[in-house]
Write a protein of this length. Sequence first.
Lengths: 844, 446
Amino acid sequence: MAKKSAKKSTRIEKSQKKKKEQRTNPFELKFNRAKHQVLGKKTNNKTGVPGASRKKADDARKATLFNEYKTFGKVNVVVDKRVGERDPNLTSEEKLAKRFALERQRAFIKRGQKFRLEEPQDDSDDGEQLTHRGETLAEIEKHDRPLSEDEEEGTNGNISADIVARSHFGGGPSYMNATDNKAQTRKDMIAELIAKTKQQRYDKQMQRDEQLDMTDKLDEQWKQLVAEGGLGDVIAGRQKNEESTAQETKATEGYDTLVRQLQVDSRRVRASERLKTPEELAKEERDRLQVLEKERLKRMGADGSMAHRSADDDDDNMERFEKSDFVVKYGPDGLLLNSEKVEKPTVRVVRIDNESSDEDEEYEEDEDEEGEDDDDEDGEEDDDGEASELSGDDDVDGHQDDDDEDEEPFEEIIKAPSEKRAKKATAAAPEKKKEKKSVGGGKLAKAGNSLPFVFDMPKSYEVFKELLHNRPAAEVALITERLIKCHHPSLKEGNKQRLARLFMFALRYFDETAANKESVDVAKLDSLTKTLYALLRFNPDDGAKCVRALLKRFRTLAVKKRRRIPGFNVVAFLRLVPTLFPASDVWHPVVTPCFIVATHILSNAHIISPRDAAIGLLLCSTLVEYVCDGKRYLPEVIAFLRGVLLTAIDHKEEERSPTGTFPISQPHRTMLLIKQKTKQVDVQPVSLSEVVTSPKSDSSEVSEQFKLSIIRCTVGLVQKFAQIYSQTTAYGAIFRPFEQLLSRLPVENYPEALAEDVGDLRKTLNAELSIRSRLLQLQRQKTQKPMVKMLEPRFEENFDPERPRLNRDANRKGKKAEDKRMVHKYKKELRGTVRELRFVLISH
Amino acid sequence: MVVLEKNNRRLYWSSKLRNLTDLNQSQAVAAELTSIVGQLNWDATQAGDYCDELVSFAQSFVDYIVSSSELSRKAIKALSDALLFYEDIKMLVIKALLNYLTSVNEETPAESMLENVFNLLREMPAPVAKKRKFVACYFNASRNVGKQLKYKQMQKLYQTVWFAYLKFEHPPSVLKALLPFLAETVMPIVPEPHLLVDFFIRSSQLGDPYSVLALSGIFNLMVKHNFDYPNFYGEVYALTKYPICYSSHRVRFFELLDIFLSSTHLPSYLVAGFVKRLSRMALLAPLETVEPLLTLIRNMLVRHPDIQTLYHRSEPVTVEQDPYNVDEPDLKLSGALDSSLWEIKTLQQHWFLDAAKRANFIDKGMAHMESSVRWKSGDDIWQRQMDKKFGVHQEMDEEGEGKRMEPDQDEDPEQEAPLGPVPTTFLPPKSLFRDGAFAFGDYWRN
């Protein structure tokens, strides 16, 4: 207690002293209690004022430690760069003179440059440039943005700046001057103002119109020039113009606007792929064919592994047709899918003779209807947003500029290049935009001179037939070709269906032409084949259905009259199929049924005359086409050929043909037997027209020549099939009987050429037989049995009994697992600590 | 007076039968007959009249059958169903028929007669031992009908009438149906079937379809009645020829062949010869025949493990040419056992996928079970092909939908056509005929 009081007394003493000096509020004084009193230690701190002592300490630190800190780690030299300072030869006055000179030099810098950011551009100095997005500001300034009309006008709807300045801020005297010191009413003033503004606006409008006109004119000229022969002429023309002073300004102006326009346009048009060189095109075509061939071979696979994606080149073509990302697709209801991407078709009708007006109306109606349809569809199918997005800006621009440009890719493909040129020629001198243009200009075959270029799609078969009736083959080809071109699916919605119908008509016409009993028009059939092929590519599924329908009819007929050999039309049809569809496929919806019908005919139809045999042989030669690639075995054909050969041999009744469809009674049994010597007969190929046109006659009426040509054909077929089946294991079993039959032919009666043919065939057959008869007895392929899985014990190196699963479990190894473990450990520790602390708290 | 009465009755019945226009009226005739018989008093003295009534009916019935030319098999069936259902009438008809047949002397009587009689004999209910039905019967009088109605006597009577019928020369249409009927139906009933052999042998020499049918009868005799027929298989082998595959009775033939070769005790050279011959036939067979033929060959190989050397040898030897000689009629010399089934290998390349697959058995291990030989008609095959879906939308032809067949069980699951559009050729054609692999222009001109 005593000690405390003593302390108190000293404090009071001190405070009293300070009171006297600073009159500080004693309650504000604070004391830091010294922990240890050190004897003899001086404290230079002011006591009772911690703020002051803190300040003092701070100042001391700033003076010493802070400076030290600031220069911490810095090693530097201060260089004096004043002019002449480092030259020891100069006197101080010289130095001053130099500095003055520099000062004066600076004073000469222009006033405008005074505030320039960059340094003056000296030769040595590459001053820094300000950029925006990698481009210098100067360049950006040059870069003239196309101004919209509003921007360009600037004052649209507003009063021009000078008027504003004058009327609003002009002040009295000037205003009085302008109005000839007459006192005007405010009303007059405003009217005048309005009139002036209007006049100004009108002037501007006129100017712009003039410019537009000039641009248009130049456009036309430009187009013409392009059509005539490229840009070179333009430049030449410009140079010429420069000479004539009167025209000079106008031309350059026009040229400038043109350049500007081209610049603007070039920014709108997307860069396209470069044109391909012929070599590249050829390579592409080769690659395409290679891919398709690979697919075909896959489908041909004997193990029945059918390709699940068929090698339909149609897709490919589609891609080529539509370079852009648009594909013509129709929904199940026959409406065009994503039609919003399709350009509205421009209707082009050629006026033929005088009957055009009706046609036009019809077309226009069609167009209207279509437009409605389109709208409807837009409503329905807008939900796929992607498509509508895609048809955004670009398409709109396309609309603005020209209608026909976007269609060109489609037309290019289906038109010959010459036609394109022709079209350009017509486009060069347009009077109105909506003028009727010629679609199929150029390529005029001799036959087609008199033909119109555009045909209506025939509505019925009769119309179609009327169109082609009594026309030569070349014209038929041309007409159908033009029909296809005019109704390409990309041109108009619904054309795909129309073309499918056209395929049906063409097929029917093909059949009818082939069924003609009076004559065989092979050329016409050829051109129809090409047409059918061209049509099939648009819609192979519908085409296949048509073909199958016709085939079904033939089959019903063949079953009903199964003993009767069918007409030429059936054979022609069966020959047509492998030109349209790949015959080598292991299964094909069209080709396989065709096989069935053909073999049904061969194995059932009774051959009662050489004419029947001829048709049968024609069918056999058709079937060569079916099997030559796949080398599929055709028992029926082999049996038929043996039967035909047997009729050319003098044989007994017991000897029967394998098919049993050949006559067993004389004289039909040996209807192809040549009994007299016919050395001098010239053996021609079998005449198709003779086969088709001759009535179903007896063998007695048939000339020896006809028989001989049939025999020749048979020999040729045997040779072909021997070649096709040369790799089969049963070669001997198949062709030894042929050899025997051939050896029995009355060769001595045949003309020399034919006898030679027979001899050659026998020779080759014998040679082949001697090679191919050598056979290895069959042995089943041994299949390797899979090894039994061995169960060996697994030894673990570095086995840790405490963590036995460490090596087995991949998840327990590596850095990740380690981290996980650490996190787990940390959590565990934390939990333990918290629990401990809580315990401590509670216990205290 | 009685004679007159009899003739009257005959006339009455024959006019009655002749006036039959509708098949249903035969029932009415039967009803009338039974009612007439029923009206007769049950009296021994009247037994004569009663029998005469039936006898005169039977005679007029036979007359009618024999003489009318345009009686269809259906009509005869209706008549016999209505009348010959009664055992006593049937017996009297048979007796009358026998009388008639023995009275015919010429070798080749009218075809219509032979046909009608065959139809009658065919449609007539075979004699049965029990549950017989009568119009009337009585047993005490000397002229009773019932006395002769014992089963064995019926059988004998049946046999006699058949033999009486078989002595004629039959038209082909009758013979084709007659041979299988004899073998299948008549042979088990008649007490002395071996007597039919003469007829069978005679018809086996007639040629193609008949020989096979006759052989089936002979085979039945061999199997069931211990009949000895040397070189039976040689004859069958001689019949197994290419044209069979194309003929209309191929199904019957191959069924019979299957039965002939069903014994596992046949010598292997014999079976091997047949198998080789069949595979040669398959090389020239039409579409409908290939698959069953292949199945048949496979079944043979399963049935006779001895000849599995035909498709698998542990030490194969290279031969100069096929040791099998098709034209050799003697099975022992044909050399089939040293051969292999190379023909089946070739058929794996058959144009028809199903047939080609069917031929794959040669590469696999032999199955343990035989599978049934399925004969598909051309229409079936056609329909199945046309029913397969194709194209992008996998549409089917409208007509095909209803007739879809239930899939075969042992067949591989029907392979679906590939998705996507129908494949087309990718090289445009230049010409219809001249554009192909075959040098068309060398052999054909316009």
